[in-house]
Design a protein around this ligand. Structure first.
Ligand code: C2E
Ligand code: CA
Ligand code: CA
Ligand code: CA
Length: 273
């Protein structure tokens, strides 16, 4: 505690106070965002690296916060988890992604992010089932991206939940592979449909021998296990070429397409899909 003016004690420095106020304002705005329709989904194309055909898109949350413009999900997903809003937001994203994907050509998938906190809350299975039923989307066209954080609480319940979700017919992808702990062990416990190699490895391809070795190992292992590999954050042709030579199956990144509005994605499909 610090002694402030007139002999009163205050626990917060002006800097801490400012941060706390900002956080409260963010939380208040976040609570209104859903009902006021301020969320959108952006779609980033995923392509088969060999054929260059679009295989689907990852749905990425966007928030038009009044007075702030477009706010990055990294800056509010954590807070949404803390204050109990993630289930509602995640449910909205599932509904919206399925509703839009059903208008795409039938061979395309949509990938939706599911946070670790959201995964553990009751109602995820029901949310996914409801989004499929409401939209009429074929379950095989929905992919759920989960992070290693989901598997950290290494319980039977986690695996049972993954199997229940899969019993709906949806695909399960491991997101940000390589950034968490003991990733390899998880691959033995649950048969993922896809492994997404984190951008932090892809970024150093061509400049860093270690990055190349890691990517090669992950791609090789995926192949052996019969799991699709996806490399995220591909920005240069050199990276794409290296990934192709390692046998990586799918790519996603600014080189091929940035996250875009649903309308722009429909246009993107007409032109190049
Ligand atoms: P993520 O799931 O790893 O998503 C990939 C992020 O990398 C996205 O950032 C995407 O815009 C960005 N990205 C893609 N290609 C490139 C590239 O070539 N270069 C660079 N520099 N960046 C690239 P974004 O959209 O800001 O999302 C950040 C994170 O927020 C996501 O990381 C995900 O963890 C979370 N997120 C986004 N939407 C949702 C959602 O609906 N639900 C949940 N729970 N989390 C979400
Ligand atoms: Ca993701
Ligand atoms: Ca990722
Ligand atoms: Ca990430």
């Amino acid at each position: 505690a610090k002694e402030s003016g007139r002999g009163r004690w205050s626990f917060f420095s002006p800097e801490m106070n400012r941060k706390l106020m900002e956080r409260r304002a963010l939380e208040a705005d976040l609570r209104k965002a859903l009902s006021e329709g301020q969320f959108r989904l952006a779609y980033q194309p995923q392509l088969d690296l060999k054929t260059k055909r679009v295989t689907g898109a990852e749905a990425l949350l966007r928030w038009q916060r009044p007075g702030y413009g477009n706010v990055s999900p990294d800056s509010f997903i954590g807070l949404a988890e803390e204050v109990g809003l993630i289930a509602q937001i995640g449910n909205w994203a599932l509904q919206e992604a399925c509703r839009q994907a059903v208008t795409w050509p039938g061979h395309l998938r949509v990938a939706v992010n599911v946070s670790a906190v959201q995964f553990r809350l009751p109602g995820l299975y029901e949310s996914v089932a409801a989004a499929l039923a409401t939209s009429g989307l074929h379950p095989g066209r929905l992919e759920l991206e989960i992070t290693e954080g989901v598997l950290l609480s290494d319980t039977v319940e986690t695996l049972v939940m993954l199997e229940r979700l899969r019993s709906l017919g949806v695909k399960i992808a491991m997101d940000d592979f390589g950034t968490g702990y003991s990733s390899l062990g998880y691959l033995q416990k649950f048969r993922f449909d896809k492994i997404k190699i984190d951008r932090s490895f892809v970024r150093h391809l061509g400049e860093n021998i270690d990055a190349e070795a890691i990517v090669r190992a992950v791609v090789g292992m995926s192949r052996t296990l019969g799991i699709r590999s996806n490399a995220e954050g591909v920005e240069s042709q050199e990276q794409a070429d290296l990934l192709a030579s390692e046998g990586c199956m799918e790519v996603q990144g600014y080189l091929f397409g940035k996250p875009m509005t649903a309308d722009d994605f429909a246009e993107f499909l007409k032109v190049g899909g």
